[in-house]
Design a protein around this ligand. Structure first.
Ligand code: GDP
Length: 432
């Protein structure tokens, strides 16, 4: 989700304008302080598009003087946001401070918009044009007090954001897409036959449906699911040797076509490199993950102990994935698959609003500050969950965060908000 940074001198009416932008019926406000006191992040919704508004606070002269403070704020805005909104008081016009910030913002690679605020009457409207002199394009007249022009301004803000790529896995609605993957002979065909046979409700190439004939529609637990790219499984095509590369490409394309993957593992055999590779493919593709141990009817106490050791040793990376122990032969625990898929997809789809996220993070960071690196204590300025599918957090910081600390944040995030069965990505944007 794109980020808009709002910058401006104190008393230009920045807060009134921000409230006006967010406070309209169409805009949803989340009024919660960000991580640092002088920076506040809000979630906004305009014309069906979500974005985050970061109010960088007024420019109070700090130890280095007003000019330095202004330049620092402008740099921060440019480096962390997708677009910058400079608010100017049209009744006052451009002061030396605005000239200074404009010099910095003109170098911005991100779009910069100028809002001429406090345009409450026609007389001030004439002043608006003088703000062309800032060299930042057309000044947009608004009145934070009366709300004049704020809809147009929001339209311009949305236009200025870089076009976000449409979810290539898009297509909302319809049955959720599942990939049933795993190395050869783990029992994929057997499990699919069990799932379809038991429910007796396969709709395969049904007339009048738009189902891709390589997919199977399967009813599980009262819900229709689309098992993608199962043609090979259903026909039980015998693969010749030397086709492993091809099989792996197929696995990859099935995972990419799906929203959630069931990685099937033969529980009666030692965990193999190939099993781990399939799991990695799912994580890297950012799909929700369920790990199913098959052939559980063959697992005795000895094998079970060995298997638990393998899990501790090899599957720590995906501790967040739920495991189900099934038997395609006996039907054991097969009914657990649907609820497990649902849980994973729910996490995959969930977004924590910016206000809640920052409230939680500021407490967490206060109690467990990031480790000092080369004498500096990195500060986390604010965070936003930029994406779902999979959930992706963006942390805006003043310094590099070690991998261990990022993992700590991920773990706490999962615990606090209950993310199970989905990868969670954390990306850190360091202010230059
Ligand atoms: P695929 O290559 O992953 O599709 O695996 P198949 O479904 O062809 O199964 C490979 C072999 O494992 C076959 O001989 C199946 O009968 C057997 N098999 C599959 N599931 C189970 C199970 O739950 N228990 C036992 N004992 N054997 C199974």
């Amino acid at each position: 989700q794109p980020v808009l940074a709002v910058v401006g001198r104190p008393n230009v009416g920045k807060s009134t304008l921000v409230n006006r932008l967010l406070g309209r019926r169409e805009a949803v406000v989340q009024d919660t302080p960000g991580v640092t006191r002088d920076r506040v992040a809000y979630d906004a919704l305009w014309n069906g598009r979500r974005f985050t508004v970061v109010d960088t606070g007024g420019w109070e002269p700090d130890a280095k003087g007003l000019q330095a403070s202004v330049a620092a704020q402008a740099e921060l805005a440019m480096n962390t946001a997708d677009a910058v909104l400079l608010v100017v008081d049209a009744q006052v016009g451009a002061t030396a401070t605005e000239e200074a910030v404009a010099r910095v913002l003109r170098r911005s690679e991100r779009p910069v918009l100028v809002a001429a605020n406090k345009v409450d009457d026609e007389r001030t409207m004439a002043e608006v044009h003088s703000l062309w002199s800032l060299g930042l394009g057309e000044p947009l007249p608004v009145s934070g007090l009366h709300g004049r022009g704020s809809g147009d301004l929001l339209d311009r803000v949305l236009e200025s954001f870089p076009a976000t790529p449409r979810e290539k896995i898009g297509g909302s609605g319809g049955p959720r897409r599942v990939a049933l993957v795993g190395k050869p002979n783990v029992g994929k065909s057997s499990l699919l036959n069990r799932l379809t046979g038991e429910e007796r409700s396969v709709v395969h190439e049904a007339a009048g449906t738009t189902v891709d004939p390589v997919d199977s529609l399967v009813e599980l637990d009262g819900e229709l699911w689309r098992f993608v790219d199962t043609a090979g499984l259903r026909k039980r095509v015998k693969t010749a040797s030397g086709t492993e590369y091809y099989a792996s490409l197929r696995t990859k394309s099935a995972i990419e076509a799906a929203e959630v993957a069931i990685v099937l593992i033969d529980g009666s055999q030692p965990l193999s490199e190939q099993d781990l590779r399939v799991i990695t493919m799912v994580v890297e593709a950012g799909r929700a993950l369920v790990i199913a141990y098959n052939k559980w009817d063959l697992v005795d106490d000895d094998r079970r102990r060995q298997l638990e050791k393998e899990i501790d040793r090899e599957l720590v990376r995906v501790r967040w994935a739920e495991r189900v122990n099934v038997s395609a032969r006996t039907g054991r625990a097969v009914a657990k698959l649907a609820p497990t898929l649902r849980t994973a997809l729910e996490s995959w789809d969930t977004r924590i609003p910016t206000g809640r996220l920052n409230g939680w993070l500021s407490d967490l960071v206060a109690a467990n500050p990031p480790p000092v690196r080369s004498g500096k204590q990195p500060k986390i300025l604010f965070a936003t969950q930029a994406h779902t599918r999979p959930p992706t957090l963006v942390l805006f910081t003043t310094g590099f965060l070690e991998a261990g600390y990022r993992r700590f944040i991920e773990r706490k995030f999962r615990e606090t908000f209950g993310f199970v069965g989905s990868p969670v990505r954390i990306s850190v944007r360091v202010r230059e």
